[in-house]
Write a protein of this length. Sequence first.
Length: 256
Amino acid sequence: MNEHDGYRPSSYGDSFADVYDDWYADVSDIDATVALLGSLANGRPLLELGVGTGRIAVPLAATGVSLVGVDASHAMLDILRNKSDAAAIIAIEADMAALGQARGLSDHGPFGVVFAAFNTFFNLPTDSAQADCLQGCHGLLFDDGRLVIEGFVPPEGGLADSGVSVRDVTASTAVLTVSTHDADDQLIRGHHIEMRSAGNTMRPWIIHYRTPEQLDASAEAAGFVLDHRWADWHGTPFDPAVHDVHITVYRKVSSP
């Protein structure tokens, strides 16, 4: 994937690696995520997109499944590889929009499940990058393999155009979140700005969000069909009028 106004595939991971485990350890239900993914894999290998420091991968690998994780950030993977309970995880440094170019990745497939948890798929900042990712996933799955994407549901009334909010304040640190929103491109650009007396740290992020219907259309173009859509990892039925998060499972059915 090409740079997006200076934002590289590794930008998010490189800027968040040192705080990710502290900031996002409890961002979702890990036990339920692990249970559902293991059930969908049915004994076959799994591939995680944006494996990061192993928030999902470490407990998932502990169940005994075969697991490969890709991430564009060397800093994220360094932390993962140095964890004593991550030895069974095969970590590959690669852009998830260019899975076909990931060295050695195809040697570990085909996979029963490819998954992207907690808005990770939306970190790909363009339509073309997301399409490339879906096509790459298709080529790595068994013929009846599953692609699982977790994402937020854009509100019907739209998102705020921009904003500044306080993420955290301590005796020594203040963290502000600054963002802008392009509704036409469905793109949110932001920074978490960590301020200390010794200096500031900029932590950039981009979200290129899609509606569930837009995801379905992109997945269909890549050779997938909608299998399930739930409101959470426990399998709660999804109601678009009520739920702001979805867990969507696509099944590989044809060539893209």
